[in-house]
Design a protein around this ligand. Structure first.
Ligand SMILES: Cc1ncc(COP(=O)(O)O)c(C=O)c1O
Length: 441
């Protein structure tokens, strides 16, 4: 595939427009997940048809370098040959049985063996079919195990569309300007305590008042759903200490950061020992997989061993497990080294542009923000910058660069990328900010 490079082209969109019209007749809002609807950037959602490596093509044959990567799962890009081959081999055997299969044992063993040297608290793992399910199950397990009901979450962290956590929950909701979801009764969130990120005093105060009732604290250790709000390690350490001292469980939601900022995720990166961890995205190799993992003693409370019920028809099915295992087996230290190198190249090149915007980056996750100081809390993000982002998004698509359709969303580098693709992104950004400057003169 050849991606247009340099000049902004006039995009053909007719097929996507027609498909979206059809979709709107039978699918609410025309999409199966709200941020895809382009509401915050304007225009028609693009219907993609092909992906290969770091490039994708839409239904009108426009081609893009993909910095969305299906919102994170595709750390190895589209259709890595060994993942495809593993799936083709599995298809010859079976799609699903609803019985145990060896593939689920292999994926759990493989992941745990490689996470445990840096995060010994990850002793066992149960598979589900999405990140939302993983979080929902982890919360139930935490409550059932501790016999307590309160959950602490942080403003701007998104943990999937779990009823009790749809409070100050991040990008999709920030984009739609909805602080809370309709359809969630007040009683469902009555036991959810919401605290600001980066605020030691609020955390200390909360534990002083309610510590004995807190079943668990859940946090994205790398908050990446409302911009990229990198936390001070001391804040995360304080959180871990307070959980320990109050016998509350620490749940790290690693649906984005797991296997992304290193094989042991943010738990490994920040040297944290979570009681429970939730995974999704990368662990499924592009198929729908989530997982919750953690200390064996806690999992003794989970059915069938214990009283906390949790189940799933397609949980651990051989196709999804095969894709996940094939992808994880390819994630060696060299892949992470290269991604970090490419990320730091992207950061350097962007900083040299002097756009008046900044880039926050951790490993292969990046996010652009307006201003001089990287926000650490959701309320520090400029809402006005979202209109600029909408123009950037349009400009990027017309330059063959696929960015997320919301300024609150992060971008991802993938392993098939090189400095060639990063240079295309930089050139696109340079032209965009130059155009913005000249329109203000
Ligand atoms: C940190 C985090 N947790 C949970 C979820 C929910 O995962 P899923 O969309 O697979 O249900 C997401 C989704 O983006 C996420 O980023």
């Amino acid at each position: 595939m050849v991606v247009p490079h340099g000049d902004v082209i006039v995009m053909k969109e007719q097929t996507s427009v027609e498909l979206f019209e059809r979709a709107r007749r039978v699918i609410p809002g025309g999409v199966n997940s709200p941020v895809r609807a382009f509401r915050s950037v304007g225009g028609t959602p693009l219907f993609m048809t092909h992906g290969e490596g770091c490039r994708i093509r839409d239904a009108d044959a426009n081609e893009y370098i993909d910095f969305v990567n299906s919102w994170g799962p595709l750390i190895l890009g589209h259709r890595p040959p060994r993942v495809v081959a593993a799936l083709q081999a599995q298809i010859a055997h079976a799609l699903t049985f609803g019985t145990p299969c060896e593939q689920e044992v292999m994926l759990a063993e493989y992941a745990i063996e490689r996470i445990r040297p840096s995060v010994p608290s990850v002793e066992c793992m149960r598979f589900v079919s999405s990140g939302t399910e993983a979080v929902m199950s982890a919360l139930r397990l935490a409550r059932g195990h501790t016999g307590r009901s309160k959950i602490v979450k942080f403003e701007g962290c998104y943990h999937g569309h779990v009823d009790s956590l749809l409070v100050k929950a991040g990008s999709g909701l920030a984009t739609a300007g909805v602080p809370d979801s309709a359809g969630v009764p007040h009683s469902f969130t009555a036991d959810t305590i919401v605290l600001p990120l980066d605020d030691d005093a609020a955390l200390l105060d909360c534990f002083a008042r309610e510590g004995a009732q807190i079943a668990a604290v859940i946090v994205e250790p790398v908050p990446a759903n409302n911009g990229l709000l990198i936390q001070r390690p001391e804040f995360l350490e304080l959180l871990a200490r307070l959980c320990r001292e109050n016998s509350s469980l620490l749940i790290l939601d690693e649906v984005i950061s797991g296997f992304r900022v290193g094989f042991a995720g943010a738990s490994g990166h920040y040297r944290l020992q979570p009681d429970l961890v939730t995974y999704g995205k990368i662990i499924g190799g592009g198929l729908p997989v989530g997982a919750f993992a953690g200390r064996k003693i806690i999992f003794e409370s989970l059915a069938p061993d214990g009283p906390v019920y949790q189940a799933g028809t397609l949980s651990g099915n051989p196709m999804a497990m095969t894709a996940g295992l094939a992808q994880l087996q390819l994630l060696d230290p060299e892949v992470y080294r290269r991604l970090e190198e490419l990320g730091s190249y992207l950061q350097e090149q962007f900083d040299r542009l002097k756009t008046g915007w900044g880039m926050v980056r951790l490993h292969s996750i990046f996010w652009l923000f307006q201003g001089d100081h990287a926000p650490r809390r959701a309320d520090q993000i400029s809402r006005e910058s979202m209109a600029v982002y909408a123009r950037l998004h349009r400009h990027a698509l017309a330059s063959g660069i696929h960015l997320a359709p919301s300024g609150y969303e992060v971008g991802f580098l993938s392993a098939p990328m090189s400095t060639v693709e990063v240079d295309c992104l930089i050139e696109c950004l340079a032209r965009f900010f130059e155009k913005e400057r000249s329109s203000q003169r």
